[in-house]
Design a protein around this ligand. Structure first.
Ligand SMILES: [Zn+2]
Length: 396
């Protein structure tokens, strides 16, 4: 799509392009006061940033967050961190971060240009205590696929010529070193798939020799308004937004095709040992049912190809005889099967509605956890057996 060059910039070419009153980036200003350009090519190497990105763009971090998180899921939160001190000197606690709120975007540390301002590529759910944290178990969805260290600057690792899709945004985060992001058309709720696409993009698509730190759903990237005060750059570098085209959005599949990526086979996650089935201990719904006092004996019974636990039906007060027997929770399935007349035909959707409306449970968060666990299982036992394990009524 985009055809990037990696030009060797010179004083002459910068000045030739610059019109009167042009709001020039720092390096071009320096070029103006530089000596006559007789030796310019050899001496005054300016930047590898493609010409189309030379004119800085100005937006607020609110506009940026609105554009990147255009498909934020219900009850999911975008996430940030912000601090004024050089990252090397900062207390490690600054990386804990916090969810992005509307109030924050109206005026706060996160909107201050002098701070190191970051957002996370993913959104996260609150945990059972209502705390939103940047961690895998609370992952909601990924929203951007980002490329770090583009350019020819001091810490840059990837040449512009490697870029095949026009980014939704480009931020120069230190001199001649950019972060570029591709906003996803729809949020990607499959963390493992997202990670495999990003991995393949880093090592195949961009041929990075060293991991430029693009991996993982909890990755922090810099926001357009902010300053990179890492000490290795000397003077703090105020971020320069080089391109903002939020209308350019991609699916992971489009990125896979454009870069001709071969995805790694799905890998078991560390916390799941091979050959271990999704157990009661790994099931977030069962934990909630237990917390609500709905689990009866706690005995895990075999249902043949699946396991089940006797529970008090979430609609037991609607049963004509108020009987509490006859309802089981399918382990790993996120669903109840109740044999009472009132409940016949109810499936996971009704079960979730009742949990939300009657018990105030955040079922989206539980579903996200369940999906993660299922992906791990699917990788171990194969998808053919998965349906049998989790039951057909389970799911979205
Ligand atoms: Zn029932």
């Amino acid at each position: 799509m985009a055809n990037f060059k990696a030009p060797t910039e010179t004083v002459t070419s910068v000045n030739a392009r610059r019109g009167a009153g042009h709001n020039a980036p720092n390096e071009a200003v320096k070029a103006e006061v530089a000596p006559p350009a007789t030796n310019a090519t050899a001496v005054y190497h300016m930047t590898s940033i493609p010409e189309k990105y030379r004119t800085p763009v100005s937006i607020t971090n609110k506009e940026f967050v609105d554009g990147v998180f255009h498909d934020l899921g219900p009850e999911a939160h975008a996430y940030y961190t912000s601090f004024p001190e050089p990252p090397e000197d900062a207390n490690p606690g600054v990386w804990m971060g916090a969810p992005i709120t509307a109030r924050l975007l109206r005026g706060s540390r996160f909107t201050r240009p002098e701070n190191n301002n970051y957002y996370v590529v993913s959104s996260f759910y609150a945990d059972a205590d209502g705390r939103v944290r940047r961690r895998q178990a609370q992952f909601a969805a990924a929203h951007t696929i980002c490329t770090d260290d583009l350019g020819a600057g001091m810490s840059a690792k990837i040449p512009w010529s490697a870029v095949k899709l026009e980014p939704s945004y480009v931020i120069e985060t230190s001199p001649d070193n950019c972060q570029a992001g591709m906003i996803l058309k729809a949020r990607c709720e499959d963390a493992d798939y997202y990670n495999r696409v990003v991995d393949a993009l880093v090592y195949q698509g961009l041929a990075a020799e060293n991991d430029p730190g693009m991996k993982s759903v909890s990755r922090y990237m810099r926001a357009p308004v902010g300053t990179n005060s890492k000490k290795k750059y000397g003077t703090p570098h105020q971020h320069v937004l080089r391109s903002w085209r939020p209308e350019l959005r991609y699916t992971p599949e489009e990125i896979v095709r454009a870069y001709e990526l071969v995805l790694a086979p799905a890998k078991p996650e560390q916390q799941f040992r091979a050959s271990v089935k999704l157990t009661a201990a790994d099931d977030p719904y069962l934990q909630v049912l237990s917390d609500l006092g709905l689990v009866l004996t706690g005995e895990i019974r075999s249902g043949g190809s699946f396991q089940m636990v006797d529970v008090r039906c979430v609609d037991a007060d609607e049963h004509t005889d108020r009987a509490e027997e006859g309802c089981v929770y399918i382990v790993g399935g996120g669903t109840l099967v109740c044999h009472h007349g009132h409940c016949i035909g109810k499936r996971s959707r009704e079960f979730r509605e009742t949990l939300r409306e009657k018990y105030g449970v955040n079922t989206d968060a539980l579903d996200a956890e369940l999906r993660l666990a299922r992906h791990a299982i699917a990788r171990q036992i194969g998808t053919d057996n998965l349906a049998a394990l989790i039951g057909t009524g389970a799911g979205q």
